[in-house]
Design a protein around this ligand. Structure first.
Ligand code: ATP
Ligand code: MG
Length: 169
């Protein structure tokens, strides 16, 4: 199974995927966590342009499939921009559970944990999704975690994901 956490920068992908991994790993040795930032350490040929991001999306989905085909469960935390790759995931993985972290841009700008949004708005960096690259909302997420849900805390979000996702075997 592939559990796919998607959302803009600052939406909580890393935070929630790590919490989920910590919870599930003790009972499931065949579980790996792949964070978007870690992918970029591995696939060095991608930049942050749309074309670089498209190549990255393709690499990530293909790697998840190789693992999934060998019975390895994957938690993938990625700012996935391409509806066609989300559709590909659903068709090609043995089981796919997509969680959309749906936070308003206002909250993300307030968090701005990587100083991305302020830098983009000041014209200091290009290719920031949500500012100068549009983010297509995922068409068919299995679960949406929005601002009110996140206001209840990471632990509550984690319990929601665990309650709704298919059981890991
Ligand atoms: N309920 C919540 N769930 C997840 N994150 C939360 C929640 N409430 C607040 N946050 C905060 O949101 C901030 C951004 O989270 P995180 O770094 O996980 O985002 P991200 O989606 O991985 O961003 P990026 O794409 O830039 O890596 C963190 O400071 C985190 O503590
Ligand atoms: Mg992150």
């Amino acid at each position: 199974m592939v559990i796919w956490l998607i959302g803009l920068s600052g939406s909580g992908k890393t935070t929630l995927s790590e919490a989920l991994y910590q919870r599930l790993k003790p009972g499931h040795a065949n579980l790996v966590l792949l964070d978007g930032d870690a992918f970029r350490e591995v696939f060095r040929d991608v930049d942050h342009t749309i074309e670089g991001r498209r190549r990255n999306a393709e690499h990530i989905s293909n790697l998840c499939k190789v693992l999934d085909d060998q019975g390895i469960h994957v938690i993938a935390a990625v700012l996935s921009l391409f509806p066609e790759w989300q559709a590909w995931n659903r068709t090609n993985f043995s089981s796919y559970f997509e969680v959309f972290l749906d936070l308003p841009l206002k909250t993300l700008k307030e968090r701005d944990t990587k100083d991305l949004y302020a830098a983009a708005e000041a014209g200091r960096i290009p290719d920031v999704i949500g500012i100068d690259i549009p983010f297509p909302r995922p068409a068919a997420p299995d679960l949406v975690i929005d601002k009110p849900a996140q206001d209840d805390g990471v632990e509550a979000c984690l319990e929601t994901i665990l309650a709704q996702m298919p059981p890991l075997v």
